[in-house]
Design a binder for this molecule. Sequence first.
Ligand SMILES: NC(=O)c1ccc[n+]([C@@H]2O[C@H](COP(=O)([O-])OP(=O)(O)OC[C@H]3O[C@@H](n4cnc5c(N)ncnc54)[C@H](OP(=O)(O)O)[C@@H]3O)[C@@H](O)[C@H]2O)c1
Length: 298
Amino acid sequence: MISSLCVFHLQKRCFFDTANIQKGTDMSFLQDLDVFSTKSEEISLANKTALVTGASAGIGLATCAWLAKEGVNLIMVARRHARLEAIKQELLAKFPNVTISIYAADITEKADIEKLKQKNAFHVDIFINNAGLALGRSPVADLIETDIDDMINTNVTAAFKLASYVAKYMADKRSGHIVNLGSISSYYTYDGGSVYCATKFAVRAFTCALRQEMFDKNVRVSLVSPGIVKTDFSLVRYKGDIKKANQVYDGIECLQPSDIARVILKTLKEPEHVTLDEVLVMPTVQAPVSSKIYKKQP
Ligand SMILES: NC(=O)c1ccc[n+]([C@@H]2O[C@H](COP(=O)([O-])OP(=O)(O)OC[C@H]3O[C@@H](n4cnc5c(N)ncnc54)[C@H](OP(=O)(O)O)[C@@H]3O)[C@@H](O)[C@H]2O)c1
């Protein structure tokens, strides 16, 4: 009975398909697919303004450079003023058409955030919520309390507060795009990474909820989550121990900061009706494992 019904449906579909094809010779299966269009579907970012936290190094710095190339005006935030100033001069020499404001601010410091608010630094078209860090590889039993505080204060509390200020502005304006930096650690944990992973899981949960709040306000929200990227991340994690930091990347063809910047740019340049919701970007040589099993020795 079931199989004869299937045959009937199949025959019926084939009949309609044949009738459609025979109906007119101008029918095209490809005409709505834009594959032959010479015009790009990507939107222009020129003259938009982006706030980038963690702009003095790594992924944040690379993103600033790629945004400047697109003609995006920049508000760059990080703690190291001299680095920001030098980067600003170098960017302006290469991309003289953009404007760049730099703010030496610690995003965990209330007074610094207040100063950013007074400068309207959160009134932007694009927010790259990137500043973040890991500290140590200690197991939970040996965690250092100040490391817990610093990771949670930076990756969670500050990142959420900043997103909140920007979200308010964008929701009122009914436009904008917030890109939060997650991590492979937003999806998978590893031993010695408890607090860092917890902060990045939190960023992912926060981003999901924010997206649920913004989908009807014409504000796009994306989570870009890299695997291992060669930056100062490990130098910071191992508190300046260059040898330990370099060992992390030894023998690995890591992602480079520009790889993530290009993905962020792609996320931003998709047409307005397209949101790259969660993007997990891995180096080819890294694959996640979901669990490990302890086997008793015989
Ligand atoms: N590298 C990776 O393998 C990897 C993988 C997945 C996700 N991520 C994420 O990507 C983001 C960027 O990391 P990265 O690899 O580019 O690290 P990075 O090279 O160490 O850069 C971190 C940036 O954050 C800034 N920053 C840190 N704490 C800050 C604070 N309290 N206030 C203001 N700025 C602060 C630093 O600038 P100052 O020191 O000048 O303040 C620096 O510009 C982080 O959220 C990280 O969790 C990295």
